[in-house]
Design a protein around this ligand. Structure first.
Ligand SMILES: *Cc1c(COP(=O)(O)O)cnc(C)c1O
Length: 377
């Protein structure tokens, strides 16, 4: 049976290679966790998680309790799972039962978690997030200083990880990078005495490439693992991970001038040939290729014509040899997520997480297709 949707191929070997590339940036005292929130940025956490576990990763970050419970199903029990969205009131028991590590970001959260876990013999390690300049989630530095000064609560809590997050790491020259670094270094030095066992973490993917000073004990890459260039002004150190092939549903050979698609925004003249493919804005193509985008048939570029619809997109294939068995690629090793970012301005993060759930997904490792059950072999 011919596929009625696009086929999205996810190269797990490329993700593994990107994991190694990132680890090669680190000195022996720094380890890497993997950020697999939002279903591993849309690529499929149930495949990406085990692949990274097999490659040596033992610490994972997700955003929500639901994502963490799912991770417990596909990761081995010794993997540590941090929940960036913290522990909501009433969810404490589920964290304990599933051995999930909350990232605590307010005094109230810290006190509630402490009160709850004190009744238990052992509880999962927790992280504390501190705001050094992004002003999203996190304790303010003054709150942290007050906690350190009183000492007792932190000594009972014994957080395993103290972390902060960079706001502008993909812009190496941005002054906020060194400002946040200095804030964090100061915080490390005042915290070490009270919390000698705690580890410290500041860098996401781009932060890693700001240099070793940003690495501390643990780095937290997400996007770079999935092929997004962490240093957009330089050649990418990571490999593309995705291929997206859209099947042609119909070819229309024009015999007179015709307006194309919703809104009749463009008129095309004969002898143009147009191909209508499966895949539209519900599949994230508005993010990927934008309105002025193009696809590839073999090495041939074919432009998008008119508006992208919910389920279909129209390409002008006049100059390519295309028939109903052809596919049009909009992601491959040449048309990468990074290339689309340059062409359309859409962030790699947004392109990946917009891919949607309709594609037929094909996971490959060492060039051959793998099923989820085989990932730990
Ligand atoms: C999403 C996220 C990351 C990963 O960021 P990338 O830019 O994708 O590497 C790291 N840390 C925190 C706190 C995050 O929210």
């Amino acid at each position: 049976m011919k596929s009625s949707t696009g086929i999205l191929t996810i190269d797990l070997s490329a993700i593994e290679a990107n994991w190694r590339t990132i680890n090669n940036q680190l000195s022996g005292k720094t380890s890497a966790a993997a950020v697999i929130k939002a279903n591993a940025y849309g690529l499929g956490a149930a495949y990406v998680g085990p692949t990274l576990y097999q490659a040596g990763c033992r610490e994972f970050f997700v955003a929500t309790l639901e994502e963490a419970m799912a991770a417990r199903q596909y990761l081995k029990p010794d993997a540590r799972v941090y929940v960036l969205g913290g522990v909501r009131p009433g969810a404490e028991r589920l964290f304990l039962r599933n051995h999930l590590s909350p990232v605590l970001f307010s005094l109230e959260d810290i006190r509630r978690w402490l009160a709850y876990t004190q009744e238990w013999d052992s509880s999962p390690p927790c992280a504390i997030k501190i705001n050094t300049g992004m002003n999203r989630l996190g304790l303010d530095i003054q709150e942290w200083s007050a906690l350190l000064a009183s000492g007792e609560e932190l000594q009972s809590l014994r957080p395993a990880l103290i972390m902060s997050h960079l706001a502008c790491a993909d812009e190496p020259e941005h002054p906020l990078n060194s400002y946040q670094l200095i804030q964090f270094q100061a915080l490390v030095s005042v915290s070490r005495q009270l919390l000698p066992e705690a580890r410290f973490s500041l860098a996401n993917s781009s932060g890693i490439y700001l240099g070793p000073a940003w690495h501390f004990d643990l780095v937290r890459p997400g996007a770079a693992l999935y092929g997004v260039n962490p240093q957009p002004l330089e050649p990418s150190p990571v490999k593309p991970v995705l291929r997206l092939a859209l099947p042609i549903l119909q070819i229309r050979q024009l015999s007179e001038d015709a307006s194309i698609g919703y809104g009749a925004t463009v008129t095309v003249s004969p002898p143009a040939r147009l191909a209508v493919v499966a895949g539209g804005y519900a599949d994230g193509l508005h993010r990927t290729i934008g309105r002025q985008g193009f696809g590839m048939i073999g090495h041939h570029h074919v432009p998008v014509v008119g508006r992208i619809s919910m389920d279909t997109t129209i390409f002008d294939v006049s100059t390519a040899s295309a028939d109903k068995d052809s596919v049009i690629h909009v992601l491959n090793n040449e048309l990468t997520v990074d290339r689309w970012t340059v062409l359309t301005g859409a962030l790699g993060y947004d392109i990946l997480t917009s891919l949607g759930n309709r594609y037929q997904r094909c996971y490959v490792k060492n060039g051959t297709r793998v099923e989820q059950g085989a990932l730990y072999e």
